[in-house]
Design a binder for this molecule. Structure first.
Ligand SMILES: [Ca+2]
Length: 501
């Protein structure tokens, strides 16, 4: 899957012409659990994301981009190492780490060069802040970050976000008070509520830190990674973002009674049951939309800071999110599935003098393509470990065709082998280890309601997509308890090393 060397060399000579004697900086923005509701993509009814529109105007929008795995940890390791889960075996979340335990979970990753380290190895200063590798607001110190891959990291690199986020006052209520049945997760972590955030809290604090890094840019090329945590649960942002979405105007996603009758069940049916039993669907949608507008605001502040900095003209800007998100689509919540709603991610790339800004491309891409893309744009060699392909051709000419499909892989809880989901420009194909298949026509069935896999009229289309399913995959990895980065300490709501979350 690697880009042909000759092509890279040719492209790079072009780049050198565009940017004489000066390495481009990289502003690498990661957002957690943000799906395609934003205005440049699906434009969910009523959504207010003016800064994503602003970013879309100054970059190429990849409208058919997919995560490599539909969960935080495996998606992020795949982006930061350039190694797809089918090569590493990291398909699921693995909790209870304090450092890059993934190096010991997968023998294929032990010596992997992290993206930021690769830039350091070639003259860059690499700094990070917020959630880049996996961590959570409520699992202090449970982090898979690699502190050695950065010149500097904001705060504690092995606890990069938990201290930033205050919780609302629930006035002594228990998690189940006033609700039927047990709320998923504990202490309102699966919930929506306004919270007061001061300037030095939440994602705003990470943006402030990044703004200072950009303002003090001294000429050494900079790789700046900024990880924003909302709209990840809990949907807790200031009241003014909730006010944008009055509850009686909140639109639920299109949904279909018995939608799962022709699909394979997922892991979160009981979450949807709790939501509908307690009348919380609109409330949670409101909280998610409010959290999206909050993070849109922080994105705007980040772009303002870039534009006011010495880096304004010579900076590659990449924005990606680690997977899609369900707010009840297919009776699912969050992620952990292989439908397009779960795997499709916002992806925007601006490369000075290269990208056809304001355009979009429907060509499929997987987030493991980011590492080789950034290498090509910055004229760095491509590490042997990388499994993706550069998308610089689509940056130059967004209608430029590829023969590839996207590839997202995941091991479901009760399976021992991975399942795969693939997209071309029109169809979505999913295959599970038991041979069950799903095929959706995304042009005519955006909600993935009608599984066409058994329809003879689509046999050829299905076979064409099935031909891209990998024949061999790394085995599913589990927690490496003998790793020096393993920690046994339990965190609220999570058992160390559990597969939950
Ligand atoms: Ca995530």
């Amino acid at each position: 899957m690697k880009a042909p060397l000759l092509l890279s060399v040719l492209s790079l000579s072009f780049l050198t012409t565009a940017l004489p004697n000066e390495k481009p900086n990289v502003l690498f923005i990661s957002i957690d659990d943000l799906n395609d509701y934003i205005s440049p993509l699906d434009n969910h009814p009523g959504i207010q994301t003016p800064n994503f529109d602003r970013l879309a105007k100054r970059s190429v929008t990849f409208t058919n981009a997919h995560c490599a795995a539909p969960a935080c940890h495996p998606s992020r390791v795949a982006v930061m190492t350039g190694v797809h889960p089918i090569a590493s075996g990291i398909y699921r979340n693995l909790f209870g780490a304090h450092g890059p335990r993934w190096r010991h979970e997968s023998p294929d990753l032990e010596e992997a060069v992290v993206l930021s380290q690769h830039f350091r190895n070639h003259g860059y200063r690499a700094v990070g802040g917020g959630k880049i590798f996996h961590t959570l607001q409520w699992t202090a110190g449970d982090s898979q970050n690699d502190p050695d891959a950065w010149d500097d990291y904001r705060g504690d690199p092995l606890d990069p976000i938990s201290k930033d986020w205050p919780r609302p006052d629930f006035d002594g209520k228990t998690q189940n008070q006033g609700f039927a049945g047990e709320r998923p997760l504990k202490n309102y972590y699966f919930g929506a509520a306004p919270v007061e955030l001061s300037a030095d809290q939440g994602d705003g604090a990470v943006v402030d830190w990044a703004a200072e890094e950009m303002a003090s840019h001294d000429g050494q090329p900079l790789f700046l990674a900024v990880g924003l945590f909302r709209p990840h649960i809990p949907f807790e942002v200031p009241q003014k973002w909730f006010d944008l979405y009055p509850l009686d105007e909140v639109a639920l996603p299109d949904h279909l009674e018995d939608d799962l009758a022709d699909a394979r069940p997922h892991e979160r049916v009981h979450w949807h049951q709790w939501v509908t039993d307690n009348g919380q669907w609109k409330t949670l949608m409101q909280g998610y939309l409010a959290s999206i507008s909050y993070v849109d605001h922080e994105l705007g502040r980040l772009l303002d800071a870039l534009d006011a900095s010495p880096m304004a003209e010579n900076t590659i800007v990449v924005l990606w999110t680690d997977h899609g998100f369900h707010i009840g689509e297919k009776e699912n919540w969050e992620k952990f599935a292989l439908w397009e709603q779960t795997t499709r991610v916002p992806l925007f790339i601006h490369a000075p003098g290269i990208s056809k800004d304001g355009a979009s491309t429907r060509q499929p891409t997987t987030l493991t393509d980011l590492y080789p893309t950034l290498c090509e744009l910055a004229d760095l060699p491509l590490p042997e470990q990388c499994t993706g392909e550069s998308v610089v051709a689509q940056l130059r000419n967004p209608s430029s065709l590829t023969k590839r499909t996207s590839l997202t892989s995941f091991t479901f809880k009760h399976d021992s082998e991975p399942s795969h989901g693939l997209s071309d420009t029109k169809y979505r194909y999913i295959i599970y280890p038991d041979g069950f298949e799903e095929l959706y026509d995304l042009e005519n069935d955006r909600g993935e309601f009608r599984n066409l896999a058994g329809d003879p009229a689509y046999a050829e289309i299905k076979a064409g997509l099935a031909a891209h399913v990998p024949l061999e995959c790394a085995p599913n990895r589990t927690v490496a308890k003998d790793s020096p980065f393993h920690r046994a300490k339990k965190t609220p709501g999570m058992k160390a090393g559990s597969k939950k979350g």
